[in-house]
Design a protein around this ligand. Structure first.
Ligand SMILES: [Zn+2]
Length: 306
């Protein structure tokens, strides 16, 4: 009787659970929505992807809510930006997840910063007085689709290692995305290059757009923050204003999650404008990475060619 019951129960459970279990071969968690979108594009139906950070949150300061622990506990693969961008919130979540696979250096740990071309790598010793400077280099490389190409290739390799049965699919999707990323990168770069050089000079709030500007040939004359992560001071704001006046810079560019008051004041004093860029792909709303970088480039082009 017991055995019959158990068999019946097993049958019912398997029938009920089978469709859910069969959905994805690889459970993936990405710290940032951009990385989640890239993973989704490479993994397709073979992966189930969760993003830890929402797109409207500063990636340096994500709220490590306890509900982020469960996806990490189940993950086969954790994709991180790296270069200490998540150092303030990810490590305690990794510990709480009790999942050996996704610990730093584990088989299911992929650090995107290890494959990209790093910029702003400090040459001397880094100390606190310099602000939130990352010793390994500027971590905001996800704004550049050329960097994303490298990440996508490495991601396909890593996914194939964890799930060899679907290796060909990962490689195929990565190759298709790579082609699209290359085309998008080239198209926008050519368009921006046609703008006069004096139009391609801006002020940014944080030193987070270095890679974006490297891609699009834009010069960041100064940042509203006196040092990375340090809020604007009156003395520094006065310096930024004189730079803007001296070089006829009229545009302040920043992400949605940074304060806008000082930027707005500076723009007003030179008769310019503030352009607010989305900080990340709206992965939770089904947006893809390509659409996100396209959107950013379009907004920036519209503001610069004004
Ligand atoms: Zn930063």
């Amino acid at each position: 009787m017991m055995r019959a019951m158990r068999t019946l129960l097993t049958f019912v459970l398997c029938t009920l659970l089978a469709p859910t279990v069969a959905l994805a071969d690889l459970t993936v968690v990405a710290t940032l929505p951009d990385l989640a979108a890239l993973a989704h594009a490479v993994g397709g139906d073979d992966v189930e992807v969760t993003a830890l950070a929402p797109p409207n949150q500063d990636p340096h300061y994500v709220d490590p809510r306890p509900n982020l622990i469960l996806p990490l506990n189940r993950a086969d693969l954790l994709i991180v930006n790296g270069l200490e961008l998540e150092v303030g919130w990810l490590p305690p979540l990794q510990v709480a997840a009790r999942n050996g696979r996704i610990q730093t250096g584990g088989p299911g740990y992929f650090d995107a910063s290890t494959v990209v071309r790093r910029m702003d790598v400090p040459t001397g010793k880094v100390d606190r007085a310099m602000g939130d400077v990352h010793p390994g280099g500027n971590p905001h490389f996800l704004y550049d689709p050329r960097q994303a190409r490298v990440i996508v290739g490495a991601l396909a390799t890593h996914m194939a290692r964890l799930d060899p049965d679907n290796a060909a699919d990962y490689a195929r999707r990565a190759a298709a995305l790579d082609e699209q990323l290359a085309a998008t990168a080239e198209r926008h770069a050519a368009r921006f290059a046609a703008l006069p050089a004096e139009k391609r000079r801006v002020i940014t709030y944080h030193a987070s757009l270095t890679y974006l500007f490297d891609w699009l040939g834009i010069e960041a004359a100064q940042t509203v923050e006196p040092r990375p992560g340090i809020p604007p001071t009156p003395a520094h704001t006065a310096r930024v204003l004189s730079t803007m006046k001296a070089h006829d810079v009229r545009l302040v560019v920043q992400e949605s999650y940074y304060p806008r008051k000082t930027s707005a004041t500076l723009a007003r004093l030179v008769g310019g404008a503030v352009t607010v860029l989305p900080g990340s792909t709206r992965f939770d709303e089904g947006e893809g990475y390509l659409a996100h970088v396209d959107d950013i480039a379009e907004r920036l082009y519209a503001a610069l060619s004004n």
